[in-house]
Each structure stands twice: as structure tokens, then as C-alpha cells.
Write a protein that binds this ligand. Sequence first.
Ligand code: HEM
Length: 474
Amino acid sequence: MWALDIASLFSLMVGPVVMQASDSPGSSETGFALLFPELPPWTSAGETEEMRRESLRERSTGMEADPEAPLVRSANRSIPAGYTYVGQFLAHDISFDPRPAGESGRAPRNFRTPALDLDHVYGRGPTQQPYLWEPAPTAGDRAVFLVGSRHRLEDWGEFVELDLPRNVRGQALVPDPRNDTHVLVRQIHLAVLLFHNRCVAELQKRDIVGHEAYREARRMTTWHYQWAMIHDYLAKIVGRREVARAFQRARSGASTFCGDEEPLVPLEFSVGAFRFGHSMVQGKYELNDCSGPVSLLPFDHGRPFFQGVPLAPRRTVCWDRFFEIEGSRNTQYSRLLKPSISDLLRVFPGRRAEESSLAMRDFTRSQTAGVPSGQDVAKSLGFLPVQPSTASDPLWYYVLREAFELEEGRRLGPVGGRIISDVLLGLLWRDPDSYLHREPNWEPSALARGARFVFSDFLRFAGMPMVDADLPWN
Ligand code: HEM
């Protein structure tokens, strides 16, 4: 059981990231493990702590030197911008280490379940967290999620329907406060709530009510989400062929992440490869027909992270700006995958200048968690490291470098692709409640509009605005 308050979350942003040499990087107690424990940890060059920090600082400054146009429509035509935040939402489902690693000298610790089970949305369920739920008119007690703010919000003054539920101070009622960081991840969370609620409504028509309706709606929501994550999101970032190969590796026991041992999240994934998504974030996006280009960060309406930011009027997301929707030409795309991140991600509050840089945080976490270098992992997997072969890069940086050099930044390369697809499939395989474990041949055919079910079908079923005509003011 853990208690998370604003102070500890804020310290996630501001606290120094230092782990003592005696820390164990992974174990069943921490919820994390190393995939390649036999490889030496990557460390930045320098004999003293200060020299190593200086070399990290240089690396992260180098990554940030990438001025860009405010709205880049043609960046990575292979990956629409919405997938960036689908990835962020998925990252929040799998791992969360809210503690400032180091202050207590402890190893990283995972406060999420190691599964694609939407625990960051369902929390501990209606019995233990009843304030997230409300009785459905006929479905019985607490089968549907509370949505929107049913009271006049302090400083805001209005009822907001298409938003997360909030208390009077505007604080979102969500199990994981990271899902309220910015408008896009917030609206994806909302879509999951609405998807679940629509499933309950459909079940009611078949006289399935009460706790049974809750359980069945949760299963339907989770399985559709899992399907879209593997067959749509993963296919976009690693390519369809690599997904097929990952299924083969999983079946034949050749996955880098297999076995029946306790499911732990690999540090090479959470503190390494899966942070690749930080490079996809654009500086500004158009949210709908009247927002103009807006920045997701640093702070919506002058309020710091996690301190309650109700949806601003006219900020409802119209999803054709973020996914390719038939008949619409409004799609924006993600940044190319390369060792560079947007200026936007230099804005975190911190006691020291470098703590405001997400790149610096990623490098430091990677070093303190004992994650091996990308080059060593490449060799261990049987790949020739990208040039120069004498270089030694932290894994998350290497994953971006190979994506740019081998795939022109359009999708992940062999090391990033292998780790991410094996871990995601492995986590699904090991979860006794996942569709892959319980019904490997299950398909969400009923909800698919085209040949297959994609993330925008999930949003559409949830009732999110897909084109301008769906927006509340049109
Ligand atoms: C605007 C977008 C985003 C912001 C502001 C953001 C911010 C952050 C911050 C502040 C951290 C904690 C850094 C630390 O001290 O270690 C973090 C961690 C992380 N981020 Fe992001 N991120 C964004 C998008 C993404 C995306 C698109 C992905 C992947 C596709 C991603 C994957 C991760 C992962 C895996 C972690 C580690 C989570 C944990 O185990 O605690 N993030 N992010």
C-alpha cells in the first residue's frame, strides 16, 4: 500500500536522482529486474561524480539543440501524433517510480502492476475506491465510472462534461496523477472511462447488471485496449513484421523476456528503451478547429503539474488531429525518432537547472539503475552495433540513434524493437487475465470498422469527438 501526495510527486520532478552503489537494481521487492544482468552497467565518462554529471549534462544539452517549426505536419509520416500519447498512457500502466530515487538511497521501485491491465484507471476497483464510481440508473451500484465535474469548480466556475472527474479544487479523481499531466493523456484516460461506461450500457440491454456488469465491462475494455496496443500501437512503432516475429519468439521460448518466473518490469524497458517516446513529443499541436497551435506544457493555465487543471473551454481534443481518420486531412505527426528532444521537455521545475531537463533525468536514472549500454545489449542480442562501434551510449539514447540511422527515424531499430515488443508481449502472456492468456484467438471484430481494430476505433466507440462536427460547440 502506498500513499502518494503532491509533495512526493513534485519531488519526482525536483529531487536529485542518485542511487548508492550498494543498491540492488532489481528484485521481486522492487518490482523491476534486469534483462541482461550479466552485462556491466553503463556509466558516463569521468573519474569523479562531478565529472560524470558534467558529461551527462553535455549529452543532454546536445540532445536539446534541435530548434523546430511550431507545428510539424510532415515530421514522421509513419506515426501520427496520437500514438505518442497512447505510448505515454501505456508507459503509465506498466511502471511508476514516484520516489525520488536516491534521497533514501533505495533502488527504483515499481508502484504499478507489471501488466497491461489498466490499473492506472481502475485503481483498486469500486469497493475500495468508491469515489471513482457512480451507480448506473439500472445497472446497480457502482458499475460505471464517474465522468466530468458535477459541481462548480473553484476558480473555474463551470460544470465540465467531457473531462475527468474532479473535486472542488479541480484535482482529478484518478488513481495515477500522471494521467492528468496534459490534455492529451487526460483525454485518453477519459476515453477509457467512457468506453467502460458504454460497455455497461450495452450489457444492461442484455440484462447484465450490478457487479457482473462491472466485471464484464472491465474485461471488454481491457481486452480491446490490449489488442489495440499490440496490433496497432506496437505495429506502428516497430513494424508489423517485427510484431509477427515477436509472437514467434514468444511461442518458441526465444523471447528476450520469457520464462515463468514472477513478472517484473525490466529496467532496460522502463529506464531504457521505452523512454524513446520522449523524442516523439512535438512542441505544439492544434487540438481542434479553434485552438490554434498550443503547447501541452509547461503548465496549463499557470498551475503546476498535478494540481488540478480542469479542461479549458474549447480545448476538447478532436481526434482527427492525432490519428488518420477517413475523410479528414487534419492529421499531425510525431517527431522523427532520433537522439533529440523538443524544447518543451526542458521545463520541469527543479532546484538545479539540469533537473528541469527530461533528457538529463533519463540519462541519470539510466545510470543509477545500472542499465547496460546500448552497444553491449546490441552485441548480446547478436546485432552489429551502429557506428562508431567504439561508442558507449545509454540504452535509451542508443535506441534513438539506431532508429534514426537504420530506419530514418520512422520506426524503432533492431535493439529497441526487440526489447519493446518482447516485453509488451511477455507482460501480456504472463497476465492470467489478459486476452492472450485466456483466449489467444480472441479478436475485437465486433467493434472494428475496417479490416482491423485500431486505437481510433477505441476512441470512436467511447464517443470521443473524431471530426469537427462532433465537437460540442459545432
Ligand atoms: C508530454 C509528454 C511527456 C512528458 C511530459 C513526460 C514526462 C516524464 C517524466 C517527468 C518522467 C519521470 C522522469 C524521471 O525522473 O525519471 C517520465 C518517465 C517515463 N516516461 Fe515520460 N513523458 C512524456 C511522454 C512519454 C512518452 C510518449 C513515453 C513512451 C512512449 C514515455 C515513457 C516514459 C517512461 C517509460 C518513464 C518511466 C516511468 C517509471 O517507471 O516511473 N513518456 N516521463
